[in-house]
Design a protein. Structure first.
Ligand SMILES: [Zn+2]
Length: 425
């Protein structure tokens, strides 16, 4: 007897199988008898069944605030940061909490069940921190929310930021963040990386820094981050987010940098939707894309995941909580068009991101946490192409979202009555 059986789905590796769920865990991944006893049977015949989507880089304290108190007219990172400073002064605890919860509803409906969110610690009230700690507790039965203490205004540039970051960690924020390229000088940036990595080592925490989010080819804080990771024995626990300066760096320098990152087991989290709109704003033409060197890092054995970063906030006016939008944009901007590269883009919003976040029990093996998503697509590449409906979402053994298949009905003489855009070669 199972609580739920998902029948006939196609796993990301191409196997067609049933999945039996019992007590919040995956109890069987095999063909089960037609008359299997189950509390609920979901027919997923021919549909992709994937472990849940994972977003390793988001800002839940800013999401769904677009237009408050005004929009970002220049579209730049720096105006976004200034605008966020204005918003911070007027937002309330309830507003931040309710917007974050509304976003988590979107995420649940899209099968996005693990999110690493940075939370601004440059605030004496720690309003965002307190709101997101409450949200983390409220959504814990369906979303794993991991919080990063993020001194947005610079841990040294803002005189109160160091103490407030410590207070946030004391309250239960679990990852150490930073923003070295926003400190006053390159030297201060490097010093901030060192101090924050030491803090993480002391407390046994992971590190995820906004690092080199600029077109300046001489912004090289990732080198310091890799060095400090090794010096402090933090291998496998550190990620550099954005790393956009790498797009513009000298090729010889990068040929030395990538092996250093690989040695230190530092992961990379580019955020293609945001990088493609925020970077290159000071260029005329040719205009740089400003996405980091994804394929080159992967060729060196560096783990790379795609992050979403923003939805409807001071930096980005669009966004849907669909990690397949993120993979779709990343695939295009990084030119990952070989079938194996497209397939990898799907892993970069599922298994690779789960590994970056250190999620326990993630996957579709027997014994894993019973969280999965059924998509109206036949395989991972088709999922990226269609960004299709999530027909069912199961979180920790419970069905939390359903959606009916929704093909267009055509009224074209002599043509079929529906258009179904799924397409197998
Ligand atoms: Zn960010």
């Amino acid at each position: 007897m199972f609580d739920i059986v998902v029948k006939g789905g196609i796993l990301p590796d191409g196997r067609q199988t049933d999945i039996g769920i019992r007590g919040g865990r995956i109890a069987a991944v095999e063909r089960l008898p037609e008359a299997v006893e189950a509390g609920e049977v979901i027919d997923a015949t021919g549909d992709l069944v994937s472990p849940p989507f994972v977003d390793p880089h988001f800002h839940l304290d800013a999401t769904l605030s677009y237009g408050i108190p005004r929009i970002n007219a220049s579209g730049t990172l720096l105006e976004g940061i200034a605008l966020w400073g204005e918003l911070k002064k007027v937002m309330t605890f309830e507003e931040v909490r309710d917007r974050a919860l509304a976003y988590c509803d979107w995420a649940a409906s899209m099968g996005l069940l693990a999110i690493r969110s940075h939370v601004d610690t440059c605030d004496d009230r720690l309003l965002g921190v307190r709101a997101l700690l409450e949200v983390r507790e409220k959504v814990k039965d369906y979303i794993d929310l991991q919080l990063v203490a993020f001194p947005q205004d610079g841990v040294f540039r803002d005189p109160a930021a160091w103490d407030n970051t410590l207070r946030a960690l004391d309250l239960g924020v679990e990852v150490v963040g930073g923003i070295p390229h926003f400190e006053r000088t390159m030297e201060e940036g490097a010093r901030s990386v060192r101090a924050l990595c030491e803090l993480a080592a002391e407390r046994g925490l992971m590190v995820d820094m906004h690092c080199d989010e600029t077109d300046d080819p001489l912004s090289r804080h990732i080198e310091t981050l890799a060095f400090e990771t090794q010096r402090l024995g933090l291998q496998g626990r550190v990620a550099g987010s954005h790393l956009t300066s790498m797009h513009s760096m000298d090729n010889y320098y990068v040929s030395k940098l990538l092996p250093l990152m690989a040695e230190a087991q530092v992961s990379a989290i580019p955020n293609p939707l945001i990088n493609i709109v925020l970077q290159g704003r000071h260029d005329t033409y040719p205009r740089r894309r400003g996405l980091t060197r994804v394929k080159e890092m992967q060729a060196h054995g560096i783990r790379v995941g795609w992050g979403q970063d923003c939805v409807r906030d001071p930096w980005y006016s669009l966004g849907t909580a669909d990690m397949l939008d993120v993979a779709f944009m990343g695939l295009h901007v990084a030119q990952m068009t070989h079938p194996e590269e497209m397939r990898r883009c799907f892993d970069m919003v599922t298994t690779e991101n789960a590994a970056i976040m250190g999620l326990a029990g993630y996957g579709l093996e027997v014994g894993c946490v019973a969280s999965l998503v059924v998509l109206d697509a036949g395989d991972p590449v088709e999922a990226i192409r269609l960004r299709p409906d999530r027909l069912a979402v199961i979180a920790k053994g419970k069905v939390i979202s359903r959606k009916a298949r929704n093909d267009a009905r055509l009224a074209l003489p002599g043509r079929p009555g529906t258009a179904r855009r799924r397409h197998r070669a």
